[in-house]
Design a protein around this ligand. Structure first.
Ligand code: PD2
Ligand code: ZN
Length: 298
């Protein structure tokens, strides 16, 4: 285990401190944490400095039995009154799974079968190699950690796109102005998106341009457009959560907390497709009105 960057002045976001502390308490070694962070876009040097600092300051956290019992009672009360589906503007989505911190919700029937088919049909001839944001320059670059092909639909481009954007607004509460254009992604066998964050860490220089175009990416909605024979799950390694793709379902998660703090626990990825192919549509939500740039990632 070699950690060289002992820098007491390194910027340590409280969310990252919390995440690193939790990972450490779960038994992850410093090397694994550094690898995860590098995969998520941090430079090796920056990741080493942050992990070193966390290992020198983090205290283990434990919950007492009374606190756990109170939390259980609260969940019971909340759940008794909570509907198991949401109906807005004539569209009903099922609430299949939810957790509070970070906020993650699995929605069933978010899209209809015909809607999924139409999105795939209109994208198949347009998709090109996906890119990621270069952490140093902010440019969009191909990267072996994201081996999908993608395309975008402009905001309101077709009646179907308008319907989906209105649905996101009605069901999730984010006006169209805060939505990035809908992205369609395709993965062949072996295609994957290694664990990463969807938020833009302000401490990463290459994120400045993205942050200037509507602020932080506060939430993500991934809509599954087809059933995948094997593999192709969306995973949250820090949460131990695996979401298998199922046509029409959508996984929603919030990349920041109520105070706008970025949540490192939202680390997530798309596992390699084992058999068949995988199609998804992604909607990212900004804290402010989204400003379309000349270039946007695929
Ligand atoms: O394809 C996925 O399951 C996936 C996983 C993680 C997509 C994204 N992130 C994304 O588009 O941000
Ligand atoms: Zn993602």
């Amino acid at each position: 285990m070699i950690i060289t960057a002992m820098n007491s002045n390194v910027h340590m976001d409280p969310a990252l401190t919390e995440w690193l502390t939790n990972e450490k308490n779960k038994g992850f070694g410093a090397r694994q944490l550094i690898e995860s962070m590098v995969k998520a876009g941090y430079t090796q040097h920056h990741a080493e400095a942050l992990v070193t600092q966390a290992y020198s300051t983090a205290e283990p956290q434990t919950a007492s039995a009374p606190v756990a019992a109170q939390a259980t009672d609260k969940v019971k009360q909340d759940q008794a009154a909570a509907p198991n589906a949401i109906d807005r503007n004539g569209h009903t989505a099922k609430l299949l799974f939810s957790m509070a911190q970070p906020r993650v919700t699995l929605l069933g029937d978010f899209l209809g079968i015909d809607e999924c088919e139409t999105l795939i049909t209109h994208s198949r001839s347009k998709i090109i190699q996906s890119t990621v944001v270069d952490p140093e320059t902010g440019n969009f670059v191909p990267d072996g950690r994201r081996t999908s092909q993608g395309t975008f639909f402009n905001i309101g481009e077709t009646p179907l796109i308008q319907a989906i954007e209105s649905r996101v607004e009605a069901l999730l509460g984010f006006s169209v102005a805060h939505q990035e254009p809908l992205q369609i992604l395709h993965y062949d066998i072996g295609g994957e998106y290694e664990p990463h964050f969807d938020f833009f860490d302000p401490a990463v220089p290459g994120n400045a341009m993205q942050l200037s175009r509507g602020g932080q990416r506060i939430a993500t909605l991934i809509m599954y457009l087809n059933d995948v024979t094997s593999g192709g799950a969306t995973i949250f390694p820090s949460l131990g959560l695996v979401v298998n793709p199922q046509r029409g379902n959508a996984i929603y998660f919030e990349n920041t907390d109520e105070a706008g703090k970025i949540l490192a626990s939202t680390l997530h990825g798309g596992t390699p497709v084992g058999a068949g192919e995988k199609w998804i549509a992604t909607k990212w939500i900004r804290e402010g009105a989204y400003v379309l740039g000349q270039l946007h990632e695929n």
